[in-house]
Design a protein around this ligand. Structure first.
Ligand code: FE2
Length: 384
């Protein structure tokens, strides 16, 4: 991964680079100066930037550019007269001069959308294995990144063990439900989850801002008839909605829904977010869907409300389509993890005889992805 050519363009404001493998990319002088790797720009110990964007001169430009004998880049910036070196591979990994998706709704290549076909290849691991083997942990975390869902077995059926699992790769998010919460049928429940009713596929806590981005649900007891768990890839449902009715997709991305939970004393959580959330550049970043906590929608103009409901119902039908559903029954000692910004979970109703005791906790994806990135850096490659 070496450079062969560096050519100054536009009076030093732009640099054209060519790599030995034929790749070409354009970089801007201000970007290169802002991202200089020298010890006066980046603290050697923690890698944090020591300058602000305003420390860069208004008239920053590349005065001189050359390729070193090792194929890396050397620049001298004017008017500072500052020399900075950049490894060719470092630059190649950060090329931003590339085509962009024209339409909204795209996802990162690390994400694989799935339907019921995932049933035959549910990502699974053993707690004992991922505890002692970093590669196995990386493999399981990479499955969560790719599919937004994975199962883990060999989990102790002791109260709170679900938090120990989450703490192994992320940080438990404590909420009004506690550090962890019990999911079993109760008298006078504060949440319909704590009954034996079936639950439509949903993401958890859409009334929270920010929403918990991971949920873990562990099974301690399960001797009831029914109570099967179902997961659905919300990104796949969004893709199908976009393909079948782009107008419906647009309505659900461009207008906010409202979500609320006030089911227990002292709690009144409210959030205003779309069912399908896109980043400013069109990346599909989140799906929120929860019939129990959807509040009255008041952010949709009246002339569009009926169309908005048609789009909402369309998405709901896709989410309930068995062609998208992966079904399994958790046994004691098993847990599943979902990316709560993407994968919906549901539960079939269950009989009132026998016992079903699940414990759940929330955590966040940034911690999981950080652990995964560390493992990948240790192992020198992307886990899959
Ligand atoms: Fe839930």
């Amino acid at each position: 991964m070496t450079l062969t050519q560096a050519a100054i363009r536009e009076a030093g404001q732009v640099l054209d680079l060519t790599w030995k493998d034929g790749r070409k990319a354009r970089f801007d002088a201000i970007w290169l100066r802002d991202n200089a790797l020298d010890s006066a720009t980046r603290a050697p110990g923690n890698g944090q930037r020591l300058i602000t964007v305003l420390d860069i001169p208004d008239d920053i430009r590349v005065d001189s550019a050359s390729v070193s004998p090792s194929g890396d880049l050397n620049l001298i910036f004017a008017p500072e007269g500052k020399s900075v070196g950049y490894p060719a591979a470092w630059l190649a990994e950060r090329i931003y001069d590339r085509p962009r998706a024209a339409a909204g709704g795209w996802t990162d290549p690390a994400i694989e959308r799935w339907d019921a076909g995932l049933q035959a290849r549910i990502p699974r691991a053993e707690l004992g294995e991922i505890t002692v083997d970093r590669a196995a942990l990386g493999h399981w975390l990479a499955a969560v990144r790719r599919f937004g869902f994975a199962v883990l077995s060999g989990v102790p059926t002791t109260s709170g063990a679900v938090c120990d699992v989450a703490s192994a790769f992320a940080y438990v998010r404590e909420t009004n439900y506690g550090r962890w919460f019990d999911v079993r049928a109760e008298v006078n429940p504060t949440n319909l989850a704590y009954t034996n009713l079936g639950l439509q596929a949903h993401t958890d806590n859409p009334y929270r801002d920010p929403v918990p981005t991971l949920q873990l649900l562990a099974c301690l007891e399960n001797s009831v008839e029914g109570g099967d768990s179902i997961v659905v890839d919300g990104f796949k449902a969004a893709e199908r909605l976009q393909a079948a009715a782009p107008v419906h997709f647009d309505l659900l991305t461009r207008h906010c829904a409202r979500f609320e939970y006030a089911g227990s004393k002292g709690v009144r959580l409210q959030a205003r977010r779309p069912f399908i959330e896109l980043a400013p550049d069109g990346e599909l970043i989140a799906v929120r869907f929860n019939n129990r906590s959807a509040a009255p929608f008041v952010d949709v103009p009246q002339p569009l409300m009926r169309d908005f409901y048609a789009a909402y119902r369309h998405l709901a039908r896709l989410i309930e389509d068995p062609a998208l559903a992966v079904t399994f029954k958790l046994a004691p000692g098993e847990l599943f993890i979902v990316d709560n910004t993407r994968v919906l979970h549901a539960r079939k109703s269950f009989a009132s005889s026998g016992s079903r005791w699940l414990q759940g906790c929330y955590a966040d994806k940034d911690g999981l992805l950080s652990t995964l990135a560390v493992i990948e850096a240790e192992r020198g490659g992307v886990a899959s």
